[in-house]
Ligand binder design. Structure first.
Ligand code: TXA
Ligand code: MG
Length: 347
């Protein structure tokens, strides 16, 4: 497969052109408020196949379906099949509070959703993105868009059009360049087909924010570095489950990444030599260490999330030998960031 990948700025003409590419089964990368997505017509299995081919994504990993508004959810999700106590209500309340926005809901799928989208499973993951370009594109194309992050499988998610081009040049038709994304890490994925609802992937919407709207949810126990073990906290039943696609090695930079419990200085000093530089993600107010590239990360979770992938992309581009990261606090506000860092450090 080889394409001329074009990168275009955003105006009404480019939105119309992107919609036309999507309608004929092509692939278009576009900005969302989290990361860039790689979109295809979610109702066209051949188009969605192309996403998997372009990313080198295993077919066992289902993709998120994006719709323009909550009114389009019934097209892809069968809300009547949601029989768990409270669940249909939960959809309405969560949509009201968080959509458009970085929350993805796992719901029973309708018959129009092709198997390739859901990895053959009975559920579909849906969200309404908050980015004006994503919404304009969804409205222009008039069909739901399957869109995983626009990166090669197991590499870093893209937060700029340049990141997308770097990873997928020649493999996709078009990139809509809307500048850097503001959120920086992927949406929160919440499964509403279980009782209580279960957090499958921590993200920009925190568990506390969700619980304030629908009451207790089940969350993954954080220390599981294997990332395949999920524990029921809310009802203490101890059930152990697997989430499709949540493989441990994911979101990884090319350079090996290690997490340290302090600010990282002593580890960076020990590693820095006169060969390639050591990348160092740390907090504001540190001084440089010779032989390292120091990146001051914001001390608040939203600021950190917005910068994280771009910082790792930059360090890879600078050819660092290793990346040392000062681990953020073990605190629920940092859950999603700690999750992504742990995956980046895997292996
Ligand atoms: O922020 C985001 O969610 C970005 C932007 C582009 O919207 N998209 C994204 O998609 O991160 P992706 O494909 O990289 O992540 C999809 C994740 C999978 O890892 C999987 O765990 C979960 O969503 N997922 C998708 N469909 C699912 C399903 N039917 N059941 C359970 N989990 C599902
Ligand atoms: Mg991804």
């Amino acid at each position: 497969m080889h394409f001329m990948t074009r990168i275009i700025g955003v105006d009404p003409f480019s939105i119309a052109e992107a919609a036309a590419v999507l309608r004929r089964g092509g692939l278009v990368a576009f900005p969302t408020e989290t990361v860039y997505g790689l979109g295809a017509n979610a109702l066209d299995p051949a188009a969605v196949e192309r996403i998997f081919a372009a990313k080198g994504r295993p077919r066992t990993n289902p993709v998120i379906v994006h719709v323009a508004g909550v009114d389009q959810v019934p097209l892809v999700a069968d809300l009547r099949a949601l029989t768990q106590p409270g669940s249909p209500e939960f959809v309405a309340r969560l949509a009201e509070r968080f959509w458009p926005g970085p929350l993805t809901l796992v719901l029973p799928k309708t018959a129009v959703v092709p198997d390739i989208v859901t990895a053959g499973g009975p559920t579909v993951a849906v969200r309404v993105p908050a980015h004006p370009i994503a919404l304009a594109l969804l409205r222009a194309v008039g069909v739901p868009l399957a869109a995983p992050s626009a990166n090669r499988s197991s590499e870093l998610s893209p937060t700029t059009a340049e990141h997308v081009l770097h990873g997928l040049e020649g493999r996709i038709d078009l990139i809509l360049d809307g500048g850097p994304t503001s959120g920086g890490i992927e949406s929160t994925v919440l499964d509403l087909t279980t009782h209580p609802p279960r957090l499958l992937r921590p993200g920009l919407v925190t568990p506390q924010q969700i619980e304030a709207v629908i009451g207790p949810i089940t969350r993954r126990s954080e220390p599981e570095a294997s990332a395949t073990v999920w524990k029921t906290v809310a009802n203490a039943s101890g059930s152990v489950l697997r989430s499709p696609g949540m493989t441990a090695k994911h979101y990884a930079p090319r350079a090996p990444l290690e997490l340290v419990d302090d600010d990282g200085r002593s580890r960076v000093e020990a590693l820095a030599g006169d060969r390639r530089p050591i990348g160092w993600l740390t907090w504001p107010g540190m001084s440089d260490v010779a032989g390292s590239i120091r990146v001051e990360m914001p001390a608040d979770p939203p600021g950190y999330a917005a910068r994280l992938y771009a910082a790792l992309h930059d360090l890879d581009a600078a050819g660092v030998e290793r990346i040392v990261v000062a681990q953020p606090p073990d605190d629920e506000e940092w859950l999603a960031i700690r999750d992504r860092l742990r995956r980046a450090a895997w292996g």
